[in-house]
Design a protein around this ligand. Sequence first.
Ligand code: NAD
Length: 556
Amino acid sequence: GAVLSGHGPRPVRAHRGTQLHTLGWQQEGALRMLQNNLDPEVAEHPDELVVYGGTGKAARDWASYDALVRTLHTLKGDETMLVQSGRPVGVMQTHEWAPRVLLANSNLVGDWANWDEFRRLEQLGLTMYGQMTAGSWIYIGTQGILQGTFETFAAVAAQRFGGTLAGTITLTGGLGGMGGAQPLAVTMNGGVAICVDVDPSRIARRLEHRYLDVEARSLEHALELATEARDARRALSIGLLGNAADIFPRLLAMSAPIDIVTDQTSAHDPLAYLPLEHTMDDWHAARERDPIGFAAAARQSMARQVEAMVGFQKAGAEVFDYGNNIRTEALAAGFADAFAFPGFVPAYIRPLFAQGKGPFRWAALSGDPKDIAATDRAVLELFPDNENLQRWIPMAQQRVHYQGLPARICWLGCGERDVAGERFNDMVASGELSAPVAIGRDHLDSGSVASPYRETEAMKDGSDAIADWPLLNALVNTASGATWVSIHHGGGVGIGRSIHAGQVVVADGTALAGQKVQRVLTNDPGMGVIRHIDAGYDEGEGVVAKHGVRIPMREG
Ligand code: NAD
């Protein structure tokens, strides 16, 4: 039994330094990144193995976690561990080019792919919710979404507000693991943000990590602080304790001067969204007592919030869905106009995806911030003409608080990621970096996800729900030498609504790792380019020409 043999919650932290606890750096990379996902500095609810995004977990239960660690300790360089929804289920003899770990999380057969069935199976201990980077061990804290959020708000500024958010007020909900990036992303663009969350501990955490500037005492106080800063064209982020389903309609009724509205509460999972009729204190008990009634109440509240968002849109504000599927839930609760505003991908991000760009990231397995500083210098040197990157890195160095192992996020595309990765591998080989680097990305990337309410919403050719692409992505990463590869279902927008894949490759300074890094970091973003060209987007044409991406239907 799990409890009897002492497999219980305890603080987990990744090993630091150059001493191995496994038989090689590829395995060590997987071990440290698994541990890092559960570091209390990194994970939102580490005792429950929950990393972020509602109930996104790194391991199914503590006994599984112990078995994962135990197995990684003895895994050989030509073996592969298989992980089924957070539990190690086998070790196979493979070869040194094969991944050390293959993971499949939360996958269900189509007709069974809904939250109710998922929860039934989860209760039986048969599955877990892997979200995107929780179950695939490459979550790096709130920074992981920060640049994407920054780019999104920069695109809003460019399209609507003359290139800056100075002099504007943004209203949003959710200060969790991902949503917590919003205040900093808005202030980095010069704007004012009012961020509503029901959980005081989330507001405190963002204040502590300097993602959030101040907390307001009341709604009136928040508005006062916001308008004052806006009039002075000063950047300021304001946390406001409250329920978004209550605060949003109240602000609308007051005709509050809001310019931009979005939301990042955990609306993808109705049990992770607090309905109006419940309080923080009875949240857990209430959803356990009656999950179906609780979910219905949460949907009703989401409908209230989305109705207010549409109201703001009618009043002239820029309104968008920030990838939590709140429109679908509001529609299910009977609010017919829920899809009046667009999702952020078709509105702002798709041209980047079409060039294979997306949330590329790396973590220093040494634990030494100096290693990230060195990689920062290297990418600035490698891409002098990439203006966003030249602007982003110094800002990140100044403003980003590391959680767990030092890491960096940076939106690089096809033709750039492999160059950066190979440089990092050379830096490990030469001793310029004190230990290897784990290089990966979010599943929210250009060629790795099918998600019709988010990443693949409104594709030009109507291919939104075609899920062959993420599966091919996982296969090609496996065939190219990634260190671990994952296939997940339900991340971001919830069970039944997405299929996506991830990869991480460990640059350990060997010649073999150099080859793997080159192939993986070319082929992985290359998938994004061919997926978008196939759907009729032409932003990737330059990449195809420059980097020799082959598209058979155009040849012969
Ligand atoms: P999280 O669970 O860590 O945080 C959610 C927050 O919402 C919590 O702090 C919670 O207290 C708060 N909340 C719940 N109900 C509320 C209500 N009624 N009013 C106000 N606050 C409420 O989740 P996260 O990791 O921050 O992710 C948030 C959402 O964003 C998820 O749906 C996730 O799938 C989605 N997401 C979007 C992107 C993107 O790029 N846009 C990326 C990853 C995740």
